[in-house]
Design a protein around this ligand. Structure first.
Ligand code: F6P
Length: 325
């Protein structure tokens, strides 16, 4: 292996820059040439590929976002798009790829590998923490810390006005961000896609809080995945059942969770995974994601990272319930 290229794709995540830095410097350390591809698969298709040096990644370890930019490419889903991408890589003699991203990124990488067999190793970069094959994904810890900061602030105003807040966090079909933010933020109820929380239960728990004169209650709900809908819809339904007994407000945290400086944990995780991707490629790994399980680097086939589910420990959900009494 002589020349590798690195790209970030899908939703950006804090720590992606630290990962790019580790890939670039790890590759150069091992005597490889390294290229950056801008805007993920879109840049592969348009040929937006440039050589990177050690200084291309100076002063980025602490920055959120991704210096390579990111995109969700529709064209890469077509065989014609992938053919153009392959031809561009071949023009430069690229013989290995590092894909930093989540589900969609690895789905693309899997299809591309099966068609063109360019060895590819992935680094899990997504705030959602929904990939099998790693305990944590790059950006998850930062996103949880960002949402906690917001929840703490909301608690102040909730408490002053004796209000109930429904706070919507990201996570697509995964409840990881919700559960961790809920525990860290002292939520009364956490609603996640992995287990159904009937509205009846939410109502009775809030009424229970009223009876015990709890001054404020916070519900964390997963936006994209929860069966009962978005926080705004859930809040409306609850209002119609409790009337003016509770003063309810909704806050949707949204993309603020994807921005900001990565936490120490994410910087270190991203650096480990970036280097593991390069060293994995050099030792013959292909079509796999480099993850960290029980503090050890493991390589898991892309197909498993996408298809297998990473369950949320029942213990965590049980704990939300116990700690909110
Ligand atoms: O996958 C990361 C994520 O932030 C999800 O939590 C969310 O559902 C989605 O991306 C939002 O995507 P977009 O930035 O394209 O609106």
């Amino acid at each position: 292996m002589k020349k590798i290229a690195v790209y970030t794709s899908g939703g950006d995540a804090p720590g992606m820059n630290a990962c790019i830095r580790a890939v670039v410097r790890g590759a150069i350390y091992h005597g490889l040439q390294v290229y950056g591809i801008r805007r993920g698969y879109n840049g592969m298709i348009s040929g937006d590929i440039f050589e990177m040096t050690s200084t291309s990644v100076s002063n980025i370890v602490q920055r959120g976002g991704t210096i390579l930019k990111s995109a969700r490419s529709k064209e890469f889903m077509t065989p014609e798009g992938r053919k153009k991408a392959y031809e561009n890589l071949m023009k430069l003699g690229i013989d290995g790829l590092v894909a930093i991203g989540g589900n969609g990124t690895f789905t693309g990488a899997e299809v591309f590998y099966n068609e063109y067999q360019i060895p590819t190793v992935g680094c899990p970069g997504t705030i959602d923490n929904d990939l099998y094959g790693t305990d944590y994904t790059i950006g998850f810890d930062s996103a949880v810390n960002t949402s906690l900061e917001a929840i703490d602030k909301i608690r102040d105003t909730a408490d002053s006005h004796d209000r109930v807040f429904f706070i919507e966090v990201m996570g697509r079909d995964s409840g990881y961000i919700a559960v961790q933010s809920g525990i860290g933020g002292g939520a009364e109820i956490v609603m996640v896609p992995e287990t159904h929380t009937p509205l009846k239960k939410v109502v009775s728990s809030l009424k229970d809080g009223l009876r015990r004169s709890k001054s404020s209650s916070i519900v964390v709900v997963v936006a994209e995945g929860d069966e009962e809908g978005h926080a705004t819809e859930i809040a409306e339904k609850i209002k119609s059942q409790v009337g003016d007994k509770l003063d309810i407000r909704v806050t949707t945290l949204g993309h603020v969770q994807r921005g900001g400086a990565p936490t120490a944990y994410d910087r270190i995780l991203a650096s480990r995974m970036g280097l593991a991707a390069v060293e994995g490629l050099m030792s013959g790994q292909k079509n796999v994601m480099a993850g960290v399980v029980n503090n050890e680097i493991v390589y898991t086939p892309f197909i498993d990272t996408i298809k297998k589910t990473k369950p949320i420990h029942d213990d965590l959900l049980r704990m939300v319930h116990i700690l909110s009494i």
